[in-house]
Design a protein around this ligand. Sequence first.
Ligand SMILES: [Mg+2]
Length: 282
Amino acid sequence: MYDPAVAPTPTTVGELLDTHDALLLDAYGVLVDGAGALPDAAPLIAELLRRGTPYAVVTNDASRSPATYVRRFAAMGLPIPAERIVTSGSLIPGYFRTHGLAGARTLVLGTEDSYRYVIQGGGEPVALTPGIEVDAVAICDDAGTPFLDGIELALSAIVRAVEAGRRPRLVLPNPDLVYPKGGGELGFTAGAMALLVEAALGRRYPGGALVFERLGKPEPHLFVEGKRLLGAANPVMIGDQLETDVAGARAAGMAVALLAGVSRWDATSKITPTYLLERLAP
Ligand SMILES: [Mg+2]
């Protein structure tokens, strides 16, 4: 229930930088959208450098490696080094190793970098063709592979495996449903694709046990890694989505500012940020 005692405080980035010793930044909807850098991103990075404030980018994106991100950010005028970028894709190799998935025939939906993350973990991506047999399914991104054909092949392959008495591993590095494409347009991404597959599996197998394991925000892994990189006592997260950035940061015990964008907080919201930000300008 809404408790006015814990209602978020409207603030500015300048105030956040005065009261917190480090920053975790979401990427999509904060620094960039599908079309390029958002207008306040470059001034913010410049201000962080000027102040010497430690920061890291923690993104649910599983379609780009940190090296790819460095090039993309640089082309947008954002000089962010690879060691400050933590992607949900970077959790895939560890996930595959932890779950003994070396050699696992894996249906990957996503980009070339998504495939590389799976291969780094020992998974063996399969060609996306009807009739494929799989041991694992990794839904990484909406880009790179066909959206509808991809989820239909995934659903069919999972059902085929279950009917044969096997239980494929289902992994979802990026639980985001929606991302800002630019110009006010919204796009569906990996989390929405997984929801469709899960809904169909739930109809066929009503127990509800066939769900994807989420790796990115709001799960703790990216926050743990981000906090380790910062080495700060009192960091603050800035993100644009309540269900991932805000819920995850709160669960990790961090202050979090919701930047107006994909999500809007109001008094009926079940998840409450520490702060509300209208703009990213420092
Ligand atoms: Mg975002």
